[in-house]
Design a binder for this molecule. Structure first.
Ligand code: NOJ
Length: 706
């Protein structure tokens, strides 16, 4: 309570969040800031009628409720109750910026790029910025972050989440949530749980064993709850082991409330509620967008005794407690009419978007030091855009679907690179790539050629292949044949195949960089910033050499009603390691313009914790950041994959400088989920501690005996 109040007060002092309208404590005694959120929620609950409570459990059409025909609006709306001083819940997406019908908000890099920064401090800043923009646009519930694990790289929402590793996803999410919730805004971690494909997303059952569920798919949610203090959880479309997620008591009650200790609001994804009694009794609090199974149907079920008053009270407390805890009662956002056309994207916000795009950009290949670009004065750089769609020389601001954020001021690569090249005395010539022969002819005249390639991920559809669409491979091959110094910049939401890899000198994965696309890519290409992003996801060599390669696994058998998670724990790099399959680029990989050495590993025990420290030195000639990673290799008897990420830290160093980096491992770092006892256990034996620059570049090794 203190934290929220102080932060909100500080924000108010800074002029960003208006002070709460002082409701009379006589009319609404729960508006007393001295009481705890739980006390205030209980006090309010005691003053509510059953129908007051039921109104909290269902969204309504915001257009109808607010009498707005169209224009910028919320994607979800639960009316307030002025007599009881209950503010409306105003909900909007999402993970890459304040989305949906909102305008005048910042388009941040896609979450996969955010994860590629491996920078929780920056992610917290991004969350704080996102949360404040939401609030300034009249939104008090933000629908993100998305922590679904990238099980299949073809997933159409790959761009929208944090990659394939539960630890990295959890840390990234917790930081963002803490940032969002520094404002009087509830963050929503989604989609609970195992929402790992778009093919038949409403009906597919993810059939996954309990251990895999607990070790791979659930931990980011647990971290979001315990470490992030998230206020809301969105249950997912689809089923887990034959039960719809939003009426799944094992997920919503046993795991979420029981094991994780979550005390907040569970809402359904839009249209993911399938029942009244079962859902309410399983632990769903809020049906979105609402009106079908809760509302009057729930009122009937309560009258009939099929849903108890105790359950109703519990649902109300879940919602109200989060609202009180995160400051929604005390700092309601401005009304829609006053902000719908306001531009809330400040220069400082756009700077955060730029930094995230720069830090999240991953240098994958740099033969012969083709990068950074150091053009001789008077030389020519050829910029070639992919034939159509977003990936040409305009900015690639966002993936498609509910996370899409329109930007009013996107910075295109063409303009930014042309300006940066001019400062170096070089000239940019460009072609749109629709005629590969013409593009190749242009490339031949230049000292270096940069080809921008893209894919188009979109919510609702999976990709059918990881190959670049629209003949881009041929375009790249023809340009590379014409110019020996060809660099490919990828604007993709996830892994793509690179049949031309050996023919090009440079490859940069820029993801969907958001509205500062051009500035970020120019800075990286010219070495104004050191590329320091690391892959949050393995890039495979082919469509077939992936963990879930059979139809039974993805998209599933029987017209995709059943997806068998038979790869079990071997998700992402775990599978490549366990099966000795070489990836194209491994998890955790990313080059820099400088070099780092790792030395003097020391492991010390401090009661139940271990601290692992080592010396990291910048041995190159440029300043830069590295992200040392700690993996634990459990004893074989534990039945775990060969190595798992348990720590990482982004470290910036000037040339010649060094620092001690320390990771702390706790019991959970060594534990596996024991299904028979439903507990975390540690198998006695020798645990190998692996510290390196990627999952396939281990520089230091040590042991811990448990
Ligand atoms: C469906 C998406 O799955 C979810 O992520 C989003 O928040 C809602 N639609 C609302 O737009």
């Amino acid at each position: 309570m203190h934290r929220v109040t102080l932060v909100a007060a500080a924000a108010a002092a800074a002029g960003v969040v208006a002070a709460a309208p002082a409701r009379s404590a006589v009319q609404c005694p729960w508006m007393n800031l001295a009481a705890t959120p739980a006390q205030r929620a209980a006090q309010l609950l005691a003053a509510m009628t059953t129908s007051d409570k039921l109104a909290l459990f269902t969204g309504v059409d915001p257009h109808a409720a607010l009498g707005v025909a169209d224009g910028p609006l919320y994607v979800g709306y639960v009316p307030g109750n002025p007599a009881l001083c209950i503010p409306a819940l105003t909900l909007n997406d999402g993970p890459a910026g304040v989305a949906d019908l909102q305008i005048g908000t910042t388009s941040f890099p896609a979450p996969i790029a955010q994860a590629a920064t491996w920078d929780p401090a920056l992610q917290r800043t991004l969350g704080r910025t996102l949360g404040l923009e939401a609030w300034n646009k009249g939104i008090d519930v933000l629908l993100g972050p998305d922590v679904n694990i990238a099980r299949v790289p073809e997933n159409g929402r790959n761009f929208e989440a944090f990659g394939e590793d539960p630890y990295l996803s959890g840390q990234t999410a917790a930081a963002e949530i803490q940032g969002i919730q520094e404002n009087p805004v509830i963050a929503t971690v989604k989609h609970f749980a195992v929402n790992s494909q778009e093919t038949n997303r409403y009906y597919v059952s993810s059939n996954v064993d309990d251990r895999t569920l607990h070790e791979i798919y659930l931990p980011p949610f647990e971290t979001a709850v315990r470490q992030g203090g998230v206020g809301a959880v969105m249950c997912a479309y689809g089923l887990v082991n034959g039960t719809f997620d939003c009426q799944n008591p094992a997920l919503l009650t046993t795991v979420l409330r029981g094991q994780f200790g979550f005390r907040g609001l569970v809402m359904s994804d839009w249209g993911a509620t399938w029942s009244t009694v079962q859902s309410a009794n399983a632990g769903l609090d809020l049906e979105m967008p609402g009106g079908r199974f809760f509302g009057s149907a729930l009122a009937d079920a309560v009258s009939a005794g099929a849903v108890s008053m105790q359950t109703v009270d519990g649902m109300a407390l879940d919602i109200l407690t989060s609202m009180f805890r995160l400051g929604l009662f005390d700092h309601p956002p401005p009304a829609l009419e006053s902000v719908s056309s306001t531009d809330v994207s400040t220069a400082a916000d756009q700077q955060v978007a730029l930094r995230a795009a720069e830090e999240g950009t991953v240098l994958l290949r740099n033969e012969g030091g083709v990068l950074p670009l150091r053009p001789a004065p008077g030389s020519t750089i050829a910029l070639i855009g992919a034939p159509a769609g977003f990936g040409d020389l305009r900015a690639y601001t966002s993936g498609g679907g509910s996370a899409f954020v329109a930007s009013a001021t996107p910075v295109a690569p063409l303009g930014a690179i042309t300006a940066r090249a001019a400062r170096a005395g070089a000239t940019v010539v460009s072609a749109d790539g629709s005629d590969p022969a013409a593009a190749a002819a242009l490339a031949r005249t230049a000292s270096v050629a940069v080809v921008f390639a893209y894919d188009q991920e979109h919510e609702g559809v999976d990709r059918t292949t990881l190959a670049l669409p629209n003949g881009q491979d041929q375009l790249i091959e023809q340009v590379a044949a014409a110019n020996p110094h060809t660099i490919v910049v990828l604007d993709t939401g996830g892994p793509v195949l690179m049949p031309w890899l050996d023919q090009v000198d440079g490859v940069v994965e820029a993801w969907y960089p958001g509205e500062r696309d051009g500035d970020a890519i120019a800075a990286v290409l010219f070495g104004d910033v050191d590329p320091s992003g690391k892959l949050p996801q393995t890039f495979p060599v082919s469509d077939a050499s992936v963990p879930a390669a059979s139809t039974n696994q993805w998209p599933g058998s029987d017209a995709a009603q059943d997806a068998s998670f038979s790869e079990a724990l071997d998700v992402g790099y775990r599978w490549y390691d366990a099966n000795h399959v070489a990836p194209l680029f491994p998890f955790g990989f990313g080059l820099s313009y400088t070099r780092f050495s790792y030395s003097r590993l020391r492991i010390a025990r401090d009661r139940s914790r271990y601290s692992v420290s080592f010396t990291l030195r910048n041995t190159g000639s440029l300043p830069g950041a590295d992200v040392p990673q700690l993996y634990v290799d459990d004893p074989r008897a534990a039945g775990e994959p060969p190595k798992q990420l348990e720590g990482y830290e982004r470290v910036f160093l000037r040339p010649g400088r060094s620092t001690r980096v320390t990771f702390v491992l706790d019991g959970r770092s060594f534990a596996y989920w024991d299904t028979p006892t439903a507990t975390w256990r540690i198998e006695p034996g020798l645990y190998r501690i692996l510290v390196g620059a990627s999952s396939r570049d281990i520089r230091l090794r040590g042991f811990v005996r448990r």
